[in-house]
Design a protein around this ligand. Structure first.
Ligand SMILES: C[S@@+](CC[C@H](N)C(=O)[O-])C[C@H]1O[C@@H](n2cnc3c(N)ncnc32)[C@H](O)[C@@H]1O
Length: 231
C-alpha cells in the first residue's frame, strides 16, 4: 500500500482517469515489469494539465527513463513545440526514443544522453515547464540553475518530494529509504519553500509532487514583469 494515498483512493483516482491510451498503458506495464520508478497515470495527467495550463511550447525533463512521463508532457505541446529530456542510461534513452516514436511524438522530443549535472550547462532556456525527476541528490545542486532556465510564470514540477512519507519525521515506523536520499529531498523541500523566486505547493499525489511557479514582479500599475530575484 502507498504510504501517502490509501490504495482505495488511488484506485478511485485511476478509475476516473480517461487520459491514458494503449501506448502509455503498455509503457507503464513494461516499466512495472522491471520495477522502474515511473510516475503513474494520475501524475502523468497532472503533468499534462500543468503543461497545457501554462501553454507550454518548450519543456525540459530531468530523468527520462523509458519516456513514460515524457509522453504525458509532450502530448501537451503544440506542433513545433519541444521537449528536451535527459537520461544518463543509454539503453533507457534508446528505449525512450522508440516509445516517443510509437506515441507519434518523435517530432517534438529530443532525448539527451548524459549526466544532467553536466548537460544542464549546455541547455538554453527559457522553458515554460521543467520536470525534475532525476537523481534525488541533484535536486538541491540543480535548483538555482533550473529556476534560471524558467520563464517568469513557468513551472518547476518535482516528483517524489514526500518520499513515501519518510521526509516527515516519525511518520514511517520502519523507514526503508536511504537516509541520505531522504535528507536530500527534505532539504530540497525547504529550499523550494523559501526560494525568493518561487511560490511552491506540494500535492500529496502518489509519492508527492511539488509545483513551483517562478514569480513575476508587478509594477505600480499592476502589470507583470520579470522577477528581480537574483537567480
Ligand atoms: C525516476 S526515473 C525517471 C522516471 C520518468 N520521469 C517517468 O516517470 O517516466 C529517474 C531516471 O533518471 C535517470 N538519472 C539518474 N541520475 C541522472 C543524472 N545525473 N542525469 C541524467 N539522468 C539521470 C535514471 O537513470 C532514471 O532513468
Amino acid at each position: 500500500m502507498g504510504q501517502i494515498v490509501p490504495d482505495a483512493v488511488e484506485r478511485y483516482l485511476a478509475s476516473l482517469n480517461r487520459a491514458g491510451d494503449a501506448v502509455v498503458d503498455d509503457i507503464a506495464r513494461a516499466g512495472a515489469a522491471r520495477e522502474l520508478p515511473l510516475v503513474d497515470a494520475e501524475v502523468g495527467a497532472l503533468l499534462q494539465v500543468l503543461a497545457t495550463a501554462v501553454g507550454a511550447t518548450k519543456i525540459l525533463e530531468i530523468g527520462t527513463a523509458i519516456g513514460y512521463s515524457g509522453i504525458w508532457l509532450a502530448r501537451a505541446l503544440p506542433p513545433g513545440g519541444m521537449l528536451l529530456t535527459m537520461e544518463m542510461d543509454p539503453e533507457r534513452a534508446r528505449e525512450a526514443r522508440g516509445n516517443f516514436t510509437r506515441a507519434g511524438l518523435a517530432d517534438r522530443v529530443t532525448v539527451i544522453v548524459g549526466d544532467a549535472e553536466r548537460m544542464i550547462a549546455k541547455v538554453a532556456g527559457p522553458f515554460d515547464l521543467i520536470f525534475q525527476d532525476g537523481d534525488k541528490h541533484l535536486y538541491v545542486p540543480l535548483l538555482d540553475r533550473l529556476v534560471s532556465l524558467l520563464r517568469p510564470g513557468g513551472l518547476l514540477v518535482t516528483d517524489n518530494v514526500l518520499w513515501d512519507g519518510e521526509v516527515v519525521p516519525g511518520f514511517v515506523r520502519k523507514p526503508a529509504r536511504d537516509p541520505a536520499d531522504t535528507r536530500a529531498i527534505a532539504e530540497y523541500n525547504e529550499r523550494t519553500a523559501a526560494h525568493p523566486a518561487l511560490v511552491t505547493a506540494i500535492v500529496p499525489l502518489r509519492d508527492g509532487v511539488s509545483i513551483s511557479v517562478k514569480t513575476m514582479e508587478r509594477d505600480k500599475d499592476g502589470a507583470r514583469g520579470f522577477s528581480r530575484a537574483n537567480v
